[in-house]
Design a binder for this molecule. Sequence first.
Ligand SMILES: [Zn+2]
Length: 379
Amino acid sequence: MSAVLVAAGAGFQPIVAQQAPVRPSPYTGAPQLQGPPAGEVEVLPVRGNIYVLFGAGSNITMSVGTDGVLLVDAGRAGMSDTILAAVRRTHQEWLDVNRPRPLGFGAETRSSVADRGVLAPAKPVRYIVNTHAHADSTGGNERLRNSGRTFAGGNVAGDIRDSGEGAAILAHENVLKRLSMVPAGQPGPHPDALPTDTYYVEYYKLSQFFNGEGVQLFHVPAAHSDGDSLVYFRNNDVIALGDLMSTRTFPVIDLDAGGAVNGIVDGLNRVLDMAIPEFRLEGGTMMVPGEGRVVDSGDVAYYRDMVTIVRDRVLDQVKKGRTLAEVLASRPTRDYPHFEVSSGPWTTDMFVDAVYKSLGGGKAPAVPAVPPARPAGRR
Ligand SMILES: [Zn+2]
């Protein structure tokens, strides 16, 4: 994996140098590099014109190119200026290296007129995808959406239409619902922070190529939440996973937002159906989890196996009517100590608790309906 990143990143300067090694890798036990210091972000190339921005909340996958920028997730609210600076720099560096082909034909499009230098670069952010509704994925929606520079002229009619609107925000319908749900008495979100284009069926796709490739969203029902989307970059063969996976912790299951462990397993299996490794389970399709490093099929398969094993151990005990305390005491995560954490926002006990509850644990067994006794003497 790391070899792939190094090869793809030759000549690319990271925004911020990585810190010293800390915790060993959960996968190999080898020392692993930590993310950027708090308040700073780091950009690494994945493949082609796809990059990942770390350190601003959820990992942000970005597509940069002559059509502009598409971001998968928007980071935490306070990080938007840092994100924008990193996005603009990455975008400009990409454009500097990958100039459009020289003119010489009549049918100029917005991809080719930029070469004349008559236009400002495409507006920085044209699309934002929210993989789900959590604040570390949607907090930057409003600021990033309104960051787009307006331009018009030449054969760029497509840009005139939305010149005053800023970037489109794409998400599953349940993301819009959850972001719109505000406790009574509290101010609602700014309209610009909400998704502009939602879908409620199995998938959604951009209606035309963006930066030279098709981009598809696939809904994963009831997994991390009830509004999860995978984002698939078809030509670069990169999938943004949202919080379906983390390389640092067990998967976060937000029961209150409609998440469930079976949805996580189904979602990871879905990803493995889509992904094609280069050799054995290494390389090939690259995946970007919501937290941690970039992964390939082998990493996702390992993670899928782990969640499945823990799920089955807990399910076995749920069927036997065990209490949560008994399940925790049995330590169903015992084979994965490198993922276990006892403090922080998502502890191992919280994970086991969420698995237990999403499998129906702790509820009184359903009482079979007993038909009322018929009055004697009547038929
Ligand atoms: Zn989340």
